[in-house]
Ligand binder design. Sequence first.
Ligand SMILES: *[C@@H]1O[C@H](CO)[C@@H](O)[C@H](O)[C@H]1NC(C)=O
Length: 72
Amino acid sequence: MWGKLAHLTADAVLVSTVLAGIKRNTGLQPKTSAIENEDIRSYIQKYLNVGEWVLDNSIVYLNNSDYFERKN
Ligand SMILES: *[C@@H]1O[C@H](CO)[C@@H](O)[C@H](O)[C@H]1NC(C)=O
């Protein structure tokens, strides 16, 4: 039960991070403005923010890693 929940959470965070990455690269993001229900909209925005947070922290981590270099 908990294992499955952890798995689902990890997947959800991964998807959110990919979406944040796409947003960084292309400016494209899910059209949350089309969601009429305010509660759901703010919930989805929080979910997307998790991805941004993970992305930011991954970048800081990779930036400080010896195994990654900047090429551009
Ligand atoms: C990466 O690290 C360098 C040196 O510590 C720092 O100057 C730079 O701002 C960092 N870049 C990012 C994107 O965090």
